[in-house]
Design a protein around this ligand. Structure first.
Ligand code: HC1
Ligand code: SF4
Length: 579
């Protein structure tokens, strides 16, 4: 440890830490903008490009950036001198000189770090006038890029290339015109982008944001000829409360259901119901492949890969096209939900496909793209009409004067609103394969699984490996948490370095609780951990914790689908992948 003096206060700091971090641990706030440190996932953006965090180090001629300058013994640091304040103000004004000031209609209004700094510094005038380059606004099904607002902090680039390992973003152009963009400035959907949305999650300004679909669904709710249904993803219920002052991880399911009814949805359903259905199909496929493999059938390949994360599906389609025969063919819960709703639920009630609207509330931006994939539409009508993010729903509730804190709780509508504990853990890393293992175990052994808690499948490590005895076989399961871990584990499988029977892959760190459409975490990974714990408590408290015990799923098979992997189940619940 080293002793330094910051603003006259003697502070003991870890050798090698930066001035910014040393000051933070001592409770001294140094303003910053481009800097972001999320040690839990190995993300550190300390390129010192913005220079807002400059401080004085006694004995040095020039001010230094606190985010990139390590402390050294006896250093005397002043964070608040006249010169420091003036430099920061200059930097801010220069940054604002070519930044659009349409804050009132910016997607990041109220959540923008640059706006907050301008407010804290009391900027009333911008002395310098720079040219605002009019980049075209690029709109993909999931993400909007408004590069006039790019401040070159490089957080998105760092996230995409070093954490997600997708290599989609990098700096282009020179001087004033430099921004972070794609190669040849192509549209995102012409690149290897997975639409994971993690670049959006760390963008401090309004340069990257989700494509908003809320107005379309408001119009449909107001249309008496439409039956407007909604499904809510697992990870939303433990995060949306943050927008209304609840602690991360607080389960607000009951209030959320009431809120959605107040918004005017005709039927408030649960994606979790379809997560149980996904397990029926995925576990059946796993059992079938495992049994054939064990009997020596060389035509069958393992591992089976889970297929419910659409960013991960995009990733394997773009980056590992030669491995497209191993993911499970089961659709994701979002898409199974839409398929059951429009192929079974609607016809059973005499409601035509074009009269039903399905809205999914998702923690994810890739779900928007997934719902727009042509294979998930019939006669041009998609199974899921709109996918909106947790953040968009929060806006929708606020504009409709609905405050979760003031609402009573109510229950989802059935049959498509009932689920087991196995379904809700889909929203955290390891949960999908834990749910599948609970069912696989009972189906293979015909015995009751007494302890459903596969604790080795939980936690935030990049790769988790778990071995479970199922009958006579030790089933080896891999879990990749984030796309960089996905790359690692797929490479191991591809080269034959390691064998797995099954692998779960989720594109975002933490799983869907850390999705790109969740309330902004501002670099605080603890929020994501708390949301995962919230989902675990919901699972712990459920009467049924195995998907095949869901009575509504059992009757769906009895009445319509016969059994998992039946031809009808294949027709509506399975899909194909494309390179
Ligand atoms: Fe997910 Fe899934 S868990 S992918 O993370 O399989 O988005 O929450 O809805 O479809 O159920 C997301 C979450 C979500 C699907 C389920
Ligand atoms: Fe990279 Fe994901 Fe952003 Fe696409 S959405 S640019 S893959 S971080």
């Amino acid at each position: 440890n080293v002793i330094v003096i910051i603003d006259g206060k003697e502070i003991e700091a870890l050798a090698g830490t930066t001035i910014l971090e040393a000051a933070k641990t001592a409770g001294i706030k140094i303003p910053s903008l481009c800097y972001m440190n999320i040690p839990e996932i190995g993300f550190k953006n300390d390129c010192a490009s913005c220079r807002i965090c400059v401080v004085e180090v006694v004995g040095r001629k020039n001010l230094v950036p606190a985010c990139a300058t390590p402390v050294s013994p006896g250093m005397i640091i002043n964070t608040n001198t006249m010169e420091v304040l003036e430099k920061r103000r200059n930097v801010l004004e220069l940054m604002l000189s070519n930044h659009p000031t349409d804050c009132l209609i910016c997607a990041k209004n109220g959540k923008c770090d640059l706006q907050t700094l301008a407010m804290e510094f009391g900027i009333r005038d911008i002395r310098f006038k720079g040219k605002i380059f009019e980049y075209r606004r690029e709109v993909s099904p999931s993400i909007v890029r408004d590069l006039d607002k790019c401040i070159m902090c490089r957080r998105c680039e760092n996230m995409c290339n070093n954490i997600q390992k997708c290599q989609v973003l990098s700096a282009v152009n020179r001087g004033f015109k430099s921004v972070v963009s794609t190669a040849f400035e192509s549209d995102l959907d012409k690149t290897n982008c997975t639409f994971c949305g993690q670049c959006v999650a760390v963008c401090p300004v309004g340069a990257l944001y989700e494509k908003d679909y809320t107005w379309g669904l408001i119009k449909d709710i107001a249309n008496p000829r439409k039956r407007v249904t909604v499904q809510v993803a697992p990870a939303v219920r433990v995060a949306i409360g943050e927008e209304f002052g609840y602690e991360p991880g607080t389960d607000v399911t009951g209030k959320l259901v009431t809120a959605l009814k107040k918004l005017g949805f005709d039927d408030v359903f649960d994606t979790d119901y379809a997560a149980d259905l996904t397990i029926m199909e995925e576990a059946a496929e796993f059992k079938q492949r495992l049994e054939k493999y064990l009997s020596g059938d060389k035509s069958v390949k393992l591992p089976i890969l889970t297929s419910c994360c659409p960013a991960w599906v995009n990733f394997i389609e773009h980056h590992y096209p030669d491995m497209l025969d191993i993911p499970s063919s089961a659709k994701s819960p979002q898409q199974m939900f839409g398929a059951v709703l429009k192929n079974i639920w609607g016809p059973a009630r005499g409601i035509k496909r074009d009269e039903i609207i399905n809205v999914s509330i998702m923690p994810c931006l890739a779900k928007k793209y997934e719902s727009s994939r042509p294979e998930f539409a019939t006669d041009g009508i998609p199974d899921v009409d709109y996918s909106i993010s947790t953040r968009e729903l929060a806006h929708l509730l606020k504009q409709s004067n609905i405050d979760l804190r003031k609402l009573d709780e109510s229950e989802f509508d059935n049959p498509l609103g009932y689920s087991t504990g196995a379904a809700v853990i889909f929203g955290r890393t390891g949960g999908v394969i834990e749910a599948a293992t609970r069912t696989l175990y009972e189906w293979v052994t015909n015995e009751t699984l007494e302890d459903v808690d596969f604790k080795a499948m939980r936690g935030m490590e990049g790769i988790k490996i778990s071995e479970v005895k199922v009958g006579d076989t030790i089933v080896k399961i891999g879990i990749a948490n984030g796309l960089s871990a996905a790359r690692d584990i797929l490479d191991r499988v591809k080269t034959g370095e390691e064998f797995f029977h099954a692998i779960e892959i989720m594109a975002c760190k933490g799983g869907c609780v850390g999705g790109g459409g969740q309330p902004y975490h501002h670099g605080n990974f603890e929020k994501i951990v708390k949301r995962a714990e919230g989902l675990q408590s919901i699972d712990n408290g459920k009467t049924f914790r195995k998907s095949h015990e869901n009575p509504y799923i059992q009757s769906l098979y009895e009445k319509y689908l016969e059994h998992p992997l039946s031809s009808e189940a294949h027709r509506i619940l399975h899909t194909k992948y494309y390179s």
